[in-house]
Design a protein around this ligand. Sequence first.
Ligand SMILES: Cc1cc2nc3c(=O)[nH]c(=O)nc-3n(C[C@H](O)[C@H](O)[C@H](O)COP(=O)(O)OP(=O)(O)OC[C@H]3O[C@@H](n4cnc5c(N)ncnc54)[C@H](O)[C@@H]3O)c2cc1C
Length: 450
Amino acid sequence: MKIAVIGGGISGLSTVFYLNKLIPDAKVFLFEKDDYLGGKIKTDKVEDYLFESGSNGFLSNKPLTFDFINEVGGDDLILKSNDSARIRYIFHKNRLHRLPDNPKDFLKTNLLSFSGKLRVLSEYFRKTKKDDSDENLQSFGYRRVGKEFTDIFLDAMSAGIFASTPKALSVQAGFPKVVELEKEYGGLFRGMLAKKKSDTGPSGVLTSFKGGMSSFINLLESKLKMELFKDTEVNKVNKSLNGGYSVEFETEKLTKKFSLEFDKVIFSTPSNTTARLIRKIDRDIAYDLASIEYTPMSIVSFGYDEPYFDLNGFGLLTTTASRQDILGVLWDSSIFNDRANEKNRSLRVMIGGVRNRDLALKSREELIEIARRGIQNTMDINEIPDKAFVKQWREAIPNYAIGHTEKVNKIFTKLKKHKGLYLNSNAYYGVGFNDCIENSRKCIKNILIN
Ligand SMILES: Cc1cc2nc3c(=O)[nH]c(=O)nc-3n(C[C@H](O)[C@H](O)[C@H](O)COP(=O)(O)OP(=O)(O)OC[C@H]3O[C@@H](n4cnc5c(N)ncnc54)[C@H](O)[C@@H]3O)c2cc1C
């Protein structure tokens, strides 16, 4: 059996991994547009610094991810974040506040007023939603924990995970566990108490790889059994007369277009690209895929060759109400030991997202200026960085808007009529590194049973 996987991000790569493992006889071809594998995972070494342009790690709460790393042979690369990375900050009302991480600190924090705290605690007694319709995170938050908590905590969290806002995010698609708690237990506190652990949010410890995220991608590349076409953009996928599919592609180096025949095709591309590729086969599915929006975001990494300041913690997120041009700052050299030399400091600033789409698309010089101003405002750091590295993602993260899950379920149902076509990327059921791996496994298991 010949299978084409289109897109060499972590979704495509883990798809190839599970194909190798679960369907060992399949001959797998991977097509990647860029000259590197990893997609939104990319580490760049700039002298003594390791700068991550995209994902900087994954949460350690999914055993499947560790099984995957182990089977790839990457155990020795695993790098746990420093304990100090549990210290997080929110920039709100013109100053940094330490994020409370236990009930006692929550009661003491001055991020919330007394009545705001009471409103959160009253969640226990709130009535549950009567119907199953989706709602945005803002309306869910206002209902359950109150406006104040939502506009500060959930707002900052949406920016940190999805580069989005509570208003733009579907609670069902973005935080399905939270919806489950309300449905099954009648509320978040009730659910957490019943489960005796707070597994509603993104718990777990941030974990990465020695040498940066790309070091694992490089290992994965070396272990996968596949015909690899890098620098190769797929332009079209068509149905063939024999019941299979033809994949049309062109490479940077060769101007000629090529076409190869496959029994099955797995799209691990962003959904709007998939829409373009699949259009000839099913316009209706293509239309739905194209309606999943992507959010632009730029990352500005700074390196400081002298310890001008101390960094102790994970970093900070800003709230919409704080009216900053930056979404947050990750204190890279404080999170992972090998991102900079001991005396050096490195951090990266996130700009854009749903809050400030236009800012993400500014020029390199403007982005550096925005980032410098952002850390001046939030951290009072005025030193000029010795290194600056900018990565602009025009389509950084898919935004899971209201109705996302229903739309995606519909797309997957409609796709069943095209035997041999599969979708698997971060556009559908989760954007995290862990989600991508889990969904790849599900995708291949689905091939096995169909
Ligand atoms: C700035 C940033 C920070 C993040 N931080 C974290 C984090 O800390 N933790 C976490 O868990 N997640 C994080 N994420 C999310 C996570 O990194 C992504 O959701 C995940 O890497 C996406 O993987 P993917 O393979 O689904 O998509 P992508 O990585 O986008 O891969 C798609 C691939 O398809 C290729 N492609 C596109 N069109 C074609 C074509 N026509 N032909 C061939 N190939 C094509 C692309 O070049 C790309 O390589 C972050 C994302 C961003 C942008």
